[in-house]
Structure formats: C-alpha cells, structure tokens
Write a protein that binds this ligand. Structure first.
Ligand code: C2E
Ligand code: CA
Ligand code: CA
Ligand code: CA
Length: 274
C-alpha cells in the first residue's frame, strides 16, 4: 500500500510538471501566434426560437500550432489573459470579425455579431475608443455588434467595469452577460449594469435532461424575463432541450443541435437564406 502511495505521488508530480511544461509552451508559442497567422475565427449561428430565424453569429477563436496542433481556447485564453497577450489578440479578433461582417453580411441586414471580450480588454482605458475606431474603419453599424462579458471579469473591478460598460453603451453597441449562473449573479449588479441580453451557461442547458435539475434552467429564464433581459441558451444539443426552452419562451439559442462553429465560407448559404 505504501509503495502504491509513493507511485501515486510520483505520478502526481509527473502530471504536474507535464502540465507546467505545456503551460510554458503555450505561453512561448502564443507570443508569435498572431504574426505567424496561426489564429483564425469560427462563427457559431444563433437562432430565434419562435420563428426559427437566424439571429446572428458568435465569433470563437481557433489556434492551430504546427507542433501543438489545435489548442482549445479554454487552454490558451487564460494564458493570454495572464500575459496580457489578450489585448493585441482581442483587438485582432474584433477587427477580423467586423471585417467578416462587412464582407459577407449586407448592410441592410439585422444580423448580430457577438464577440467575446476578456476583462483585461474591458478594463483597458482605450478599449471604448478602440471599439469605436474599428466600427468606423469597417463600417459596421454599432447596433450590429454585441460584446459578451463574463460575470467573473466584472466582479474584479466592478466600478471601472461599470464606467467602461456605460461608455460602450453610449457608442450604441449591445452588451451581453456570458456564462450566466456560473459566477456571483447578484440582483444588484444585474440591474445596475447596462446589459441587453443574458446568455445562460451551457451547464444549465445540459441539466434539462436531468429530472432533478431540469427546473433550474426554467427558473433562470423566468427570472431573467422578469428583469426584461433577452435570453440566449448556449450549448443546445438535444431536441428535448429545445422543446423545454420553447416552453419557457427562451428567446434565442445556439448549440450543436443547430450548428457547430463554422468557418467564414460556410456562413454564406445561411445568410443568403435570410
Ligand atoms: P463561451 O464564450 O462560453 O463559448 C461557448 C463555447 O461552447 C465554445 O467553446 C463553443 O464552441 C462551445 N459550444 C457551442 N455549442 C456547443 C454545444 O452544443 N455543446 C457544447 N458542449 N459546447 C458547445 P470554445 O470555442 O472552445 O470556446 C471556449 C471559451 O473560450 C469560450 O466560452 C470563451 O470564454 C473563450 N473564447 C473563445 N473565443 C474567444 C475570444 O475571441 N476572446 C475571448 N476573450 N475569449 C474567447
Ligand atoms: Ca461567449
Ligand atoms: Ca458562454
Ligand atoms: Ca464558457
């Protein structure tokens, strides 16, 4: 028994050092990822549940490295945040996504582009000016752009975040609260901050298939509706979840049931069908 304990400790240390090695590699390689054209965006369609109409797309970052292969954003975004590489990378994402809109979405269309914004970006003083500049540069109307922020980002420096969000609201862009339910959702700040839309985290949508937990998603939808927010369900994978979300009058959804995140070329047929 003692021997296996020692082995477990050794294995634990091996795993830990492997993890550290991987983390270091990500950091080193991420520094040149932009210049080497290793980053690209995929776009996941969002649909309005009652009409079935396309609402728009969420831009999701992809990284293909020649040695590491394809690295998941959940692995490299935290590194990008710690090293502040997310500032140039996030600027690239925003410009790239707005350029896509300009290229393939007609100006008269009401499709919405959602872009994930890290707290590090939001708290940067120049961020609202940068958003304004990119919108002018690409000619995308501010109300076509939706910025997605997570609760954890906001809680760290609530006062500065609030000021920045007000500036963004004044530009006319939409603001969405991402991963709702996973952080410290408080009534107080939900009412105080200028969000238009709430995205219910996929863990709650997955729980719909689970008899004891299923009503949590419904309660969240009702709660957000009472506060007059638009609601997006994320991670919609099954028909059962879809029926449930419709029953609760959830406004929009995105997930593998409808579509995976797609490369730009594959968006055209969806846009032409609108
Ligand atoms: P998120 O913003 O919550 O994005 C939703 C994630 O769920 C995406 O993972 C998406 O591919 C995945 N997803 C979509 N439909 C389904 C489904 O039906 N089932 C399941 N299980 N998953 C689904 P992805 O692309 O790996 O991104 C992970 C996270 O990385 C994102 O979570 C977001 O927090 C972050 N991220 C991605 N792109 C960016 C970016 O450009 N900037 C920043 N700051 N963060 C980003
Ligand atoms: Ca998101
Ligand atoms: Ca989310
Ligand atoms: Ca998430």
């Amino acid at each position: 028994a003692r021997e296996s304990g020692v082995n477990e400790t050794v294995q634990y240390h091996e795993k830990l050092s492997e993890h550290i090695r991987q983390r270091t590699l990500i950091e080193v390689y991420l520094r040149t990822a932009l210049q080497e054209n290793q980053l690209l965006l995929h776009y996941q369609p969002q649909y309005e549940l009652h009409t079935g109409a396309l609402r728009g797309f969420e831009a999701l970052l992809r990284w293909n490295h020649p040695e590491l292969g394809s690295v998941s954003p959940s692995d490299f975004i935290p590194v990008a945040e710690e090293t502040r590489l997310i500032v140039p990378i996030g600027e690239w994402v925003l410009r790239q996504a707005c350029e896509m809109m300009k290229r393939i979405v007609p100006g008269s269309s009401s499709l919405v582009l959602s872009v994930n914004i890290s707290g590090v970006q939001l708290l940067n003083h120049q961020f609202p000016a940068l958003v304004s500049e990119i919108l002018k540069e690409t000619g995308v109307h501010p109300n076509r752009l939706e910025l997605e922020l997570t609760e954890s980002t906001l809680m760290n420096s609530l006062e500065i975040a609030e000021k920045q969000l007000k500036k963004l609201q004044n530009l006319g862009v939409r603001l969405a609260l991402d991963d709702f339910g996973t952080g410290y959702s408080s009534m107080n700040y939900l009412r105080k901050l200028p969000f238009h839309l709430i995205k219910i985290d996929k863990s709650f949508i997955q729980d719909i298939g689970n008899s004891t937990e299923r009503e949590v998603a419904g309660s969240m939808i009702q709660f957000c509706k009472q506060l007059q927010f638009g609601i997006v369900a994320e991670g919609l994978e099954t028909y059962e979840q879809l029926v449930y979300l419709k029953k609760y009058n959830c406004d929009y959804a995105q997930g593998y049931l409808f579509s995976k995140p797609l490369p730009e070329e594959q968006l055209l047929p969806l846009i032409e069908a609108v």
